[in-house]
Design a protein around this ligand. Sequence first.
Ligand code: C2O
Ligand code: CU
Ligand code: CU
Length: 539
Amino acid sequence: MIRREFLARTLSAAVASMFTRDVLAQHTGHDMSGMGDMDMKDMKGMAGMTHPSGASPMHPAAALADADALPSGAPLADLRKLANESREPGVFRATLVAQPVTRQMLPGYPTTFWSYAGNGTADGPVVGPMIEVREGDTVEIRFVNRLPQPSTIHWHGLPVPPDQDGNPSAPVAPGASHVYRFTLPKGSAGTYWYHPHPHMLSAEQVFRGLAGPIVVRAADDPLAAWPERHLFLSDLKLSADGTIAPNTMMDWMNGREGQFVLVNGARRPRITVTSDERWRVWNACSARYLRLSLGGDTRFTLIGTDGGLIETPREGLTELLLAPGERAELLVRAGSQTSQTALIAQVYDRRKMAMSHDAGSLPPEPARVLADVAFAASSVDARILPDTLRPVPPPGAPVARKNVVLSEKMDMAAMHKPGATAGHGMPAGMTFLINGATFDPKRVTLTSRRGDVELWSIENRSDMDHPFHLHGTQFQVIEREYGGVTTAEPFRAWRDTVNLRPDEIVRIATVQNMAGSRMFHCHILEHEDLGMMGTLKVI
Ligand code: C2O
Ligand code: CU
Ligand code: CU
């Protein structure tokens, strides 16, 4: 804990003085000697700016929209679906265009997002159209980049060939297009998503609106008859004038969290549950952790994780933590009585770094309602849930071991320099590392052999939570070591993203089946862009 306090203290001292010197100078247009002239209104504005969610020295203050400025309470919108242009059985063919679109979110102040449009249509919520495919399908998606930046499409969680996975090394230039092609193997049914992955630009492209859901269905899905609901959760940070606010230094350090959390593109929608339902939930936020509950003691059942159904339903849950990038499948029962509750993101302390002199970390965000939920008394008989959903076989004995260490380094001198940036609008002096190094496209961090079962020991030696994500495969968490106690994972599940608390070690069993380069990284996208990413070479 000595390290933690040392870091927090040196950081807060340096940053606090940087804020007072640089931000105030920019705000007032002259140096600190002008302080005496300011009236109370100015002082209030400044207090807002020195607040962690306020402006950074590189992005002088633009006031943020109020937290209740976005209309709420509309019925939950369905996600739009990407139409299949192919008539051949077993082939899904479509076009996704990434482009600026304008939407009226704040009354009177239109917002220009970047969004994926399917097959020429650009209507509906900003969330990219849902790609719904089946195991065995060959998927062929033409990506057209109408953004002012290079981009890629990454198929988060899907076992696609490495050269089709939208790696940062394969950018699609502005104005160019590219066809991604892959075939989905048996056993890949699950809940996935797609988003850009260009070098150092992923965070910005996602926070401007580029991300969409994928559902892969199995022919033998035991729950195929259950009505399904999709909840795609994303984060939005808007200035009062309707523009998407740029990242502040705090956003880069802790990962960006906006004042709004959207469900299928809208703030706090209304959900009416009239029969037992299967929910698929995506955490597509850049950095926000979602400790989900249905209010007080409303229970739900976990039936699936990132890579699809788990073996045995886990009934009676009252909460579930979804780290950025993670997905889950839940069963929500209508019950026999009418009742009102809410889908809530409960308080979760991910140890965000502070910029004040005394606190070691920022206090966590208060709980917030994501959606209002009404249960109508169900006339339909409760559906029967099978005891076994599908087999999730234990991994074979590992033939190789790997260590991954996540850490951070804050260079006070570099951060202290007025206007210092590391390019791409990123602050200088803030370093996030994997195995002691920041991402270098030319460097191979680890090498694995195709088909080998490996035991990866992932260790968080930093002061805040990081969600670890590995491309190209689904892994199984074996055990977690925290506070000197090792806990075997209580159930087998397929995942591609797993959270690590500070000083936690998570051990996973993983296999890569295709030769080529795979990325692994923190899924707080600012940390990924700042270099908390490595390359796994599969031979
Ligand atoms: Cu969803 Cu490499 O990420
Ligand atoms: Cu991914
Ligand atoms: Cu991180």
